[in-house]
Design a protein. Structure first.
Length: 74
């Protein structure tokens, strides 16, 4: 497996690697959120604990959107 530092031809320190990891995870979360939104869900991406507790503190919540035109009482 090729590592980021090897691909760039340099040594990547821990802080830089951690920042790239956070950016990649944000990109994945954005893709997941857009996927759900495109399929009719309202989506919220939020943090639920401080980052000092855990850096893995992102939460995607999604719920079906209510279609006003589709309701039988509309």
């Amino acid at each position: 497996m090729l590592r980021l530092g090897e691909a760039l031809g340099e040594v990547i320190d821990g802080a830089t690697r951690a920042e790239w990891g956070r950016r990649c995870k944000r990109l994945l979360d954005l893709g997941r959120s857009r996927y759900l939104a495109a399929r009719g869900y309202a989506v919220r991406l939020q943090t639920y604990v401080p980052q000092t507790v855990t850096p893995e503190n992102r939460l995607i919540t999604a719920w079906p959107r209510v279609c006003v035109e589709c309701r039988s009482d509309a």
